[in-house]
Design a protein around this ligand. Structure first.
Ligand SMILES: Nc1ncnc2c1ncn2[C@@H]1O[C@H](COP(=O)(O)OP(=O)(O)OP(=O)(O)O)[C@@H](O)[C@H]1O
Length: 275
């Protein structure tokens, strides 16, 4: 459905990364992992057709994304940004209805069916009772779920999520992850895939996702979480000792060494690189 081949990404002529290849098929969950500034957002923007690739192609539904209109792209990819409060008060249902825009005609207003689809998307995520609440007054986790509902209402076969659990509390992180897992399961029958970025490798294990591990704009590894997220790969990418352990319930977890983190930080400071 979405395929990138040997992509070089960047701004203007300034390269940020190169040699990036990935594909997302129905029911896939692909996690982008990598340190701050390694190019995850830049890659997202290129995959969404917002930035032209410096080299290589992004193919969406078999066609180069650069040749597709924004409306056509929006029918195929729903984007879930990080949740921020908007400057104007909107009802949560109105925010979800915005997901229908690409499905309306040139001057179309959302009709009864669009409202029903938006309400159903909220029900599916267990937030139907928030429909008439002021979006700007919802909690961060509730807002994030509203934005996921907006993506569902868009009825696109691929959902791209930028750090969907950032700034969420422990409970809301688990809630959003559970919804992502359900989406991909339910979606596999309907032909949907999910790409998300996260700073927490444990989430890739929890979601049993495929992982694209990035370092300095390149691909350090790509494959199933249990193959890619090794102590050595994580240690190399994040620059500190990491152990990967298996809990009694069989789930893998990553444990960074705090002693290693403080000496890595001291080394950076001694080298004049700051914290
Ligand atoms: N509009 C821009 N023009 C030029 N360079 C940019 C622009 N936006 C980001 N960059 C640079 O591109 C590099 C990659 O940034 P990017 O935001 O893609 O990283 P990231 O992996 O998403 O980081 P984080 O995890 O901190 O969100 C950084 O060096 C950043 O300074």
């Amino acid at each position: 459905m979405l395929e990138a081949r040997d992509l070089s990404i960047g701004y203007g002529r300034e390269p940020i990364g190169a040699g990036l290849s990935l594909s997302v098929r129905p029911g896939d969950i692909l996690c982008l992992l990598g340190p701050n500034g390694c190019g995850k957002t830049t890659l997202f923007r290129t995959l969404l057709g917002l930035l032209p690739p410096l080299a290589g192609d992004v193919m969406l539904a078999g066609q180069p994304i650069t040749a597709q209109s924004r409306t056509d792209i929006a029918r195929r990819i729903a984007y879930v940004p990080q949740a921020h409060a908007p400057p104007f008060p909107f009802e949560a249902l109105e925010v979800v209805l915005m997901g229908r825009t690409a499905r309306l005609g040139a001057f179309g207003q959302p009709g009864r069916q669009d409202r029903a689809i938006a309400q159903e998307a909220m029900e599916r995520l267990g937030i139907g009772d928030l429909a008439h609440r002021d979006y700007s007054r919802l909690s961060g986790g509730q807002r994030q779920l509203v934005l996921i509902a907006r993506a569902l209402a868009q009825e696109a076969p691929l959902i791209v999520m930028d750090e969907p659990t950032a700034s969420l509390d422990f409970g809301n992180q688990a809630q959003v992850l559970a919804q992502i897992a359900l989406l991909a399961q339910a979606a596999s029958a309907e032909g949907c895939g999910v790409i998300l970025s996260t700073h927490d490798p444990d989430q890739a294990f929890a979601l049993e996702a495929r992982v694209l591990l990035m370092k300095e704009g390149g691909m350090r590894a790509h494959g199933p979480a249990h193959e890619v997220l090794t102590a050595s790969a994580l240690g190399d990418v994040y620059g500190l000792p990491v152990s990967v352990e298996t809990t009694t319930s069989g789930r893998k977890v990553c444990l960074p060494s705090l002693r290693g983190a403080s000496s890595a930080s001291e080394m950076r400071q001694n080298a004049g690189g700051g914290a």
